[in-house]
Design a protein around this ligand. Sequence first.
Ligand SMILES: Cc1cc2nc3c(=O)[nH]c(=O)nc-3n(C[C@H](O)[C@H](O)[C@H](O)COP(=O)(O)OP(=O)(O)OC[C@H]3O[C@@H](n4cnc5c(N)ncnc54)[C@H](O)[C@@H]3O)c2cc1C
Length: 328
Amino acid sequence: MTKIAIIGSGLAGLTVAHRLKPYADVYLFDKAHRAGGRLASRSASPFQFDHGAQFFTVKTQRFTDFIQPFIEQKIIERWDAHFVEFAGTEKCAERHWNAEYPHYVGSPDMQAFAQALAAPLNIQFNQPITHLEQHCGKWCLFHHGIPIANDFDWVISCIPAKQAVDLLPDKFADRHAIQQTKMLACYALMLGFDDPPTIDWQAALVREAIISWISVNSSKPGRSKAFSMVIQANNAWAELHLTEDDDHIKQLMLAEAERIVCTSLRHAIHTDLKRWVYANIPAQTGQQAYLDETLQLAACGDWCIQGRVESAFSSADSLAQHLITHLV
Ligand SMILES: Cc1cc2nc3c(=O)[nH]c(=O)nc-3n(C[C@H](O)[C@H](O)[C@H](O)COP(=O)(O)OP(=O)(O)OC[C@H]3O[C@@H](n4cnc5c(N)ncnc54)[C@H](O)[C@@H]3O)c2cc1C
């Protein structure tokens, strides 16, 4: 059987693996200690935080079909949040999310969706792959000169664009196109309260501020009821402040969030910050995925389409559909 290595076990890598599993021996490698990538959650008892993707929406039939079994198992649930939009400190729109245009989350946390997808797969964690070499038509994976695994017919990169450029060999046909792809940073500030602030909504999109998003994480289905919030920096601001000290970033974001919600948040009993270097990317106009049939190398991920959960799925799904024609 064809032997395929997939680098990265975020939603893109997990999707490719599920699609190709009936046709090939599939092995995944991830530098992290668990699957999910930016479908990420953290717990600090009694608080829970989704510090990566906040929710996702579904536009295509293929993604609808893919997630349906997980909805049935309640691993994915609808988050019917009271949603508001702020322009600076001014609340300019509000509505209740509902079944008409569902906003989904993993349950009991965002990571649960990835965990469920990962369960039947062969994944090696804590394995950062830094280099690929081809010998006699077979690919070998390395970590800083140390061979990790070999004998692969195909290697599929499912990691953010900059990391894919570092990994893929110079002769990869689309390396230049991937090199042009610029992903943007983000900060996620996590706050836990024993004395909850008075906030009459659960999700807020913020414009004209250094933060772009505030959510009451504990309002999502299946979460601990201990009041928790996630506040995200806007991407342009995060890019400019990427090298600054965490405590300084926390203070700036906290002050901005207080200005917008018009209430004190300083009494949080738990505070944490996650710095995402490759968090987001605006809508792209290039290919859905990249495939070098001569080298038997491929690359996919949200960055081919847009920084969205469904984009990671669609990029991976289109790549897998194409690859299957080589495998049958
Ligand atoms: C703060 C934040 C908020 C977001 N909010 C939303 C939202 O509300 N709605 C939405 O739809 N989307 C949102 N997104 C985007 C969404 O999370 C991503 O589009 C999607 O999860 C990307 O999946 P992926 O598989 O392409 O990449 P990733 O999830 O980044 O997966 C890549 C994987 O590759 C691994 N890896 C990287 N390099 C290597 C290497 N060299 N060797 C081995 N493994 C490696 C990583 O550990 C990771 O597990 C958000 C993202 C962030 C960061």
